[in-house]
Design a protein around this ligand. Sequence first.
Ligand code: 5GP
Length: 349
Amino acid sequence: AVSNQTTLYVRAMADYCPLQDPTIPCADAGLPFKKGEILQIVDQNDVLWWQAKKALDLNTCAGLIPSNHLLKRKQREFWWSQPFQPYTCLRSTIPGFRKSMRLCRRKSQNVQQSCYAQCPSICYSTVAAPYEEVVRYQRHPSDRNRLIVLVGPSGVGINELRRRLIQTNPRRFQSAVPHTTRAQKSYEVNGREYHYVSKETFENLVYTHRMLEYGEYKGNLYGTSVDAVQTVLDEGKVCIVDLEPQGIQVARTHELKPYIIFIKPPSMSRMRQSRENARIITDYYVNIRFKEEDLEEMEDSAKKMEAQFGQFFDQVVMNDSLQEACVQLLSAVCHAQDEPQWVPATWIC
Ligand code: 5GP
């Protein structure tokens, strides 16, 4: 169900600061915004400059923002001003795929933008749009649940959070059964631990965008397919998956309607207290002691993820205390299913 919406709302896909834009007709009249923010477009009669308000703060005055057309033009100008460098697509982790995946990218382009139309089938076919049209979506009780995607840096505790969340209500929450190319063990059941498939089948799923994520471990491929997620959703359950942020684009479809939760590490000083002395703080970190460089890497990785993919995060949960994070996560997951949310207009129309 979607509210009867005639006004145009968009999600900003990048930050904008009028004071740093020499091309704006009047910087004081500009509306600064952060990526991920929802804007109500009040006037789009001018080709270059629109007027907009913050959708969550409609009492504020409308301000000037660059139009879609102007921002795209700026992106193109920036693209062509960058020198070429050879680049191998980040998703080409399967050995045989590598040769076909070579392409050029320009320096300082982020991963999304660099995975350009030249890249055969696997990567995104367009440069990210500056604004994404959104609508308010209220899930009807008879609609399927939305997929819950957890993303965050390695070591932040996503696996444990997912395990605990499922434990709170295993009849409601479930993860998807992964695919693997490794041999089935005698005590395993096909479709329970894994779906056992040939390398050819697995690679086919990757090429046809049916894998949300995949990786290689000891020479075998492992991954989570769209179909495995749909099986859980079709059973009326809430499917919880954790993805590398590059997988967000594959998951963002009307069929899965993912709600993306970023699991964020706390400040370095909090992590030093909780992670380095993990043994006494929680039972989860029993066998893990994080070194200073692990914590730095986690913080760095979290910052990069937020910088590159923050516009797609529907919710951010900080994992400082595992127990509190779990409560917040549970509340976010219920909120995602039961409360109205902004979603891409293409998921509904
Ligand atoms: P095992 O073969 O012992 O069942 O799993 C070995 C490893 O495969 C796991 O520790 C994990 O690193 C990886 N793995 C299992 N399932 C998945 C999956 O769905 N996706 C990815 N990327 N790796 C997985």
